[in-house]
Design a protein around this ligand. Structure first.
Ligand SMILES: [Mg+2]
Length: 438
């Protein structure tokens, strides 16, 4: 590193987008989300900034923002140093730990700060995060991981072995990524609030844009789901991968019955069929629905639950989220676990800024951990990218490898100002409209 910058400030912003007005992002459990970011900016003596955020869907974003602010004493006045040690210090703080441990609002706050630290580090090193991580030695990568509660499934030595096995092919895979990008799938056609014509049109567009997989939200009404799946299958044709996502809507029995009622339309995977905490329930569903795959992870709260799900055969597709578990460090642990158990990682994205972040982790996984693109796809949703300084670039249904230094986390200053809740111009306009006589 070029010296070790002193972190001089931690600034937070409660940013919300009024997405519920158009039902973008609507699903069976979240009918009216206002996509939001509890946003953090780390300032340094040298002028470099680190940006990060926790993603929420509206109410509660103030609570999430306050939780990030509570981490200020850990960060301000520190030099950007060993990010493995700093991450563990926050996660295992003897008093904050009571709020989890390692789950929920406080853990997501740690995620936002850890990711901002990585954004800062990558900017100072002058590399996109995926490349920075991909060029670390296996030993350095292992030192970033907290192996507490993991050793019955994976020891540090086993993790090292996985990374060393992938090492010889790294340069070739970096070249492949830069040339051809990383496969994506799109959820844009499948929001529950869209009518049939819009579904049909967006399925067709997805194919025309080069995507090889789409995803439909399901779980509100079975007859609606059967009709929508029939439409999607007609437009996409046989063999095209159509995943379905229930967003935790069902109990175990109803998940099995519901998906069986959709089986004739050949769903590729069923996502979040039930509670993200129900390890054994997922395993029962996976056994009953095979060969339809079970995918989950966007609400899996930490590496320990991922470990159990892999041990119990609860999932076939590991859906990491960049901003729910403890940031980059804990996601590296989960990527290593997925490699150990031989399961593909297909990250959750969408929301606001989640595509921007998670592409880096998926590309690092390809280069240095899992080493394969087979059955790997990153979710893509075409909303809100215009608010980012370095937005994702999709070409022919694939994520292009980011080139700008950092974690692609920074939002445009005017977007932050306009969408700050409740005082930003977007929300003041909303309040004015609400007061107009009918
Ligand atoms: Mg989902």
């Amino acid at each position: 590193m070029n010296g070790r910058p002193l972190i001089t400030g931690l600034e937070t912003h409660d940013i919300r987008f009024p997405t519920s007005r158009d039902l973008d992002g609507s699903d069976a459990m979240n009918p009216d989300p206002d996509y939001s970011a509890a946003y953090v900016v780390l300032r340094t003596d040298g002028g470099a900034e680190g940006h990060g955020f926790a993603f929420t869907i509206g109410r509660g974003n103030d609570v999430q923002t306050a939780a990030i602010k509570a981490l200020e004493p850990f960060i301000v006045g520190r030099r950007l140093d060993d990010l493995g040690a700093l991450y563990k210090e926050m996660v295992h703080d003897s008093q904050l730990r009571w709020l989890g441990p390692e789950k929920g609002v406080m853990h997501m706050a740690i995620s936002a700060v850890v990711n901002a630290l990585w954004d800062l580090k990558a900017k100072i090193e002058g590399k996109p995060l995926w490349l920075l991580l991909s060029e670390m030695s296996p030993e350095e990568i292992v030192s970033l991981v907290d192996f507490r509660y993991l050793s019955d499934a994976m020891t540090p030595d086993e993790a090292l072995e996985i990374l060393k096995r992938a090492e010889p092919g790294r340069a070739e895979r970096i070249t492949r990524l830069r040339a051809g990008g990383f496969p994506a799938y799109t959820t844009s056609p499948g929001w529950l609030g869209y009518d049939d014509d819009k579904l049909r049109r967006l399925c067709k567009e997805a194919i025309d844009q080069g995507f090889t997989q789409i995803k439909l939200k399901v779980g509100a009404d079975l007859e609606d789901d059967r009709r929508r799946m029939r439409i999607a299958r007609e437009v996409c044709g046989p063999g095209f991968r159509i995943a379905i996502d229930a967003n935790q809507r069902w109990d175990v029995g109803s998940a099995i019955a519901w998906v069986n009622a959709l089986r004739e339309f050949e769903p590729y995977w069923v996502e979040e069929p039930t509670s993200p905490d129900d390890v054994l329930g997922h395993a029962t569903i996976a056994r009953a629905l095979s060969p339809i795959k079970v995918a989950t992870g966007e609400h899996v709260q930490n590496r320990v639950i991922f470990k159990q799900m892999l041990q119990a055969g609860s999932l076939s597709v590991v859906q990491i989220d960049a901003a729910r578990v403890g940031g980059v460090n804990e996601n590296i642990a989960i990527l290593l676990l997925a490699a150990k158990f031989g399961k593909p990682v297909c990250p959750h994205a969408g929301g606001v800024g989640l595509c921007e972040l998670v592409q880096h982790l998926a590309m690092f996984d390809f280069v240095a951990v899992g080493g394969s693109l087979e059955d790997r796809v990153i979710e893509y949703v075409d909303h809100l990218h215009e608010h980012f300084v370095d937005p994702v670039v999709i070409e022919n249904g694939r994520y292009c490898a980011p080139t700008a230094p950092g974690f692609s986390a920074a939002m445009r200053p005017e977007s932050i100002a306009d969408h700050t809740f409740p005082g930003g111009s977007v929300w003041i306009a909303d309040a004015t409209t609400a007061l107009e006589p009918l």
